[in-house]
Design a protein around this ligand. Structure first.
Ligand SMILES: Cc1cc2nc3c(=O)[nH]c(=O)nc-3n(C[C@H](O)[C@H](O)[C@H](O)COP(=O)(O)O)c2cc1C
Length: 216
């Protein structure tokens, strides 16, 4: 199968979306051709769109931005939609991996729904989305094996997604699976206090006091 992965993080260097994609890639790479595109510049759109229009599976990973899709990714999806409609492409199946900063993966449900709606507009087959809470934390624990410790649920959910990506049982009317939302296997109160601990020195290095950060 030809599989295309789209990395929708606008970060220039390390990003969590790439980490989640690389874990899925390890699980699905056998006997498949996988191409990954980071579409952080319009000059990269044509090659990525060309690959999408000839692929069997499309996996879109991105960070949650203000409960939605980062704007550059929306622009890319609109361009892709135009090209796909011109060619009347129908058989591509689509999956999404959305990670967010908050603890609860459920925060991503609207963004996942937006990708599902885009599939309807473009006549692609929507299958499943994974919403990952604590994305910064899970993305930074790269030496912890998938499926262990704080990454227990991450391992289970990416495993299930990969199984569905590899499944040949795709029928556009019945293919859709339940979305999966996960949080780190780590106490929420500790997650919150560690995040706050991290924000204060980062604010200080940018000339902000704690009360500046808390001001509404
Ligand atoms: C402009 C901006 C908006 C964000 N909005 C949200 C949000 O609404 N909810 C949330 O949980 N995290 C939000 N985040 C946090 C990112 O989703 C989080 O840091 C993510 O792990 C980044 O993933 P990446 O490394 O793949 O880019 C936001 C971050 C930025 C920079």
């Amino acid at each position: 199968m030809n599989i295309v992965m789209i990395n929708g993080s606008p970060k220039v260097k390390e990003n969590n979306s790439q980490y989640f994609l690389s874990e899925v890639e390890k699980l699905i790479q056998k006997d498949n051709d996988i191409l990954t595109f980071k579409i952080d510049n319009v000059s990269k759109y044509p090659k990525a769109i060309e690959a999408i229009l000839t692929c069997d599976r499309l996996i879109i990973a991105f960070p949650l931005y203000v409960d939605g899709i980062p704007s550059h990714l929306i622009r890319f999806l609109e361009e892709c939609e135009e090209c796909a409609k011109k060619l009347n492409k129908k058989s591509i199946t689509v999956y999404a991996i959305v990670n967010c900063g908050f603890y609860e993966g459920k925060q991503t449900h609207l963004a996942i729904q937006m990708i599902e709606n885009w599939c309807k507009r473009v006549n692609f087959t929507w299958v499943q989305g994974i919403g990952i809470g604590g994305g910064e934390m899970l993305g930074s624990l790269q030496s912890t094996p998938l499926g262990k410790g704080p990454k227990k649920s991450l391992g289970t959910s990416l495993g299930e997604l990969s199984k569905n990506i590899l499944s040949n049982n795709i029928d556009s009317n019945t293919s859709s699976k339940d979305n999966i939302f996960i949080s780190p296997n780590f106490p929420r109160f500790l997650f919150k206090s560690m995040s706050n601990y991290h924000w204060t020195p980062q604010g200080k290095s940018n000339g902000l006091t704690k009360s500046d950060i808390l001001r509404k």
